[in-house]
Design a protein around this ligand. Structure first.
Ligand code: IPM
Ligand code: MG
Length: 362
């Protein structure tokens, strides 16, 4: 089959991890007889530099025309000044909004090969395998009002955690659909003891649950969830939550897998169903790590695993996706590690070597 892929390497380590991911994708293409055509675009700091905006309208249109979008990372300390008029992250948020990518899937898995590599007791994290469904185009990130202003008594600022029932319903449906493909247990994470938006979230969740009698539903407060993730991660299977809660909890959860460099992510514009293709953007959950850029240090695995999610969710290539996942597992079992997951007696490799090793095993 033939596919057009929009590729947005972005900033920092973005270009390096994307290069390796494409190398691996090409190996998939050869092995399974698919032609992937890559169309490059700019987003983030590089886009600000070359085009004066974090996401040019041509780039957005190009992404809309492609079968899927593969992104590296955005973020550049040059634009860290809160007064700066544009931030690289604006490009990413605009992409999410404009492409309607409301559902962000982040699987958290503890690989047996990495079990001794984390800050946790192996017996606590062994067998951990859950997935976050994070709402991605609403809540605190996008709600209005959102501004900073001056008053006679000093400066003030506001962000709004705002949700419509439609926005809640569609993300909850994604949660239920994903739960249906797993252990049929959905945990909805909110702060309904305090926040109005969470109370609506919980009401809508209970209403939608009526359509999914086969799925067991549990509500969990976000603070309790933060605790549960490190206290008993095996308890978790499918979780669905608000944008900011999801941002915070997924970084926390990534530590179970040994590194943020292992956490893949798929951002979808629809409810994924078996046998159907959902438009989406695929990027690692980590940032651009500017201090590590250009040194052949970065761990490409989160991006590679995101690409595997792209094969399965947006291109319908489930068998190919599992080949990539198996290749990654094999490389880890053989003891190869980038610096962030390095352990005693293991073989330390750089970004490119890690890419080559995975490519050979596809
Ligand atoms: C993530 C990142 C982004 C977010 C940043 C880069 C804007 O932290 O994808 O989790 O906050 O969503
Ligand atoms: Mg984040």
């Amino acid at each position: 089959m033939e596919f057009n892929i929009a590729v947005l390497p972005g900033d920092g380590i973005g270009p390096e991890i994307i290069d390796e991911t494409i190398k691996i994708m090409n190996a998939v293409g050869i092995k399974y007889n698919h032609a992937f055509t890559y169309i490059n675009g700019l987003v983030g700091g590089v886009a600000i530099e070359k085009e004066g905006t974090a996401l040019a309208s041509d780039t957005l249109k190009m992404c809309q025309r492609c079968d899927a979008v593969l992104m590296g990372a955005v973020g550049d300390p040059k634009y860290d000044d809160p007064q700066a008029p544009i931030h690289p992250e604006d490009g990413l948020l605009e992409l999410r909004k404009e492409l309607g990518l409301f559902a962000n899937l982040r699987p958290v898995k503890v690989y047996p090969a990495l079990i001794d590599n984390t800050n946790f007791k192996p017996e606590v994290i062994k067998g951990t395998d859950f997935i976050f469904v994070r709402e991605l185009t609403g809540g605190l990130y996008f709600g209005r009002p959102k501004r900073q202003w001056r008053t006679t008594r000093g400066r003030r600022a506001v962000d709004s955690m705002s949700y419509s029932e439609q926005e809640i319903e569609r993300i909850i449906r994604v949660g239920f659909e994903i739960a249906r493909t797993r252990k049929k247990k959905l945990i909805s994470v909110d702060k309904a003891n305090v926040l109005q938006s969470s109370r609506l979230w919980r009401q809508v969740t209970v209403e939608v649950a009526g359509d999914y009698p086969d799925i067991e539903l549990e509500h969990m407060l976000v603070d309790a969830c933060a605790m549960r993730i490190i206290q008993n991660p095996r308890y978790l299977d499918t979780l669905v939550t608000e944008n900011t809660f999801g941002d915070i909890l997924t970084d926390e959860a990534s530590m179970l897998g040994g590194s943020l460099g292992m956490l893949a992510s798929a951002s979808l514009a629809g409810v994924p169903k078996a046998g159907s293709r959902t438009p989406g953007m695929y990027e690692p959950s980590h940032g651009s790590a500017p201090r590590r850029a250009g040194q052949d240090l970065a761990n490409p695995i989160a991006t590679v695993m995101s690409m595997a999610m792209m094969l399965s969710y947006s291109l319908g290539l489930v068998r190919e996706a599992s080949a990539v996942e198996k290749a990654v597992e094999k490389v880890l079992e053989e003891g190869y590690r980038t610096y962030d997951i390095m352990g005693e007696g293991k073989i330390k490799v750089g970004t490119r070597k890690m890419g080559d090793l995975i490519t050979e095993r596809v």
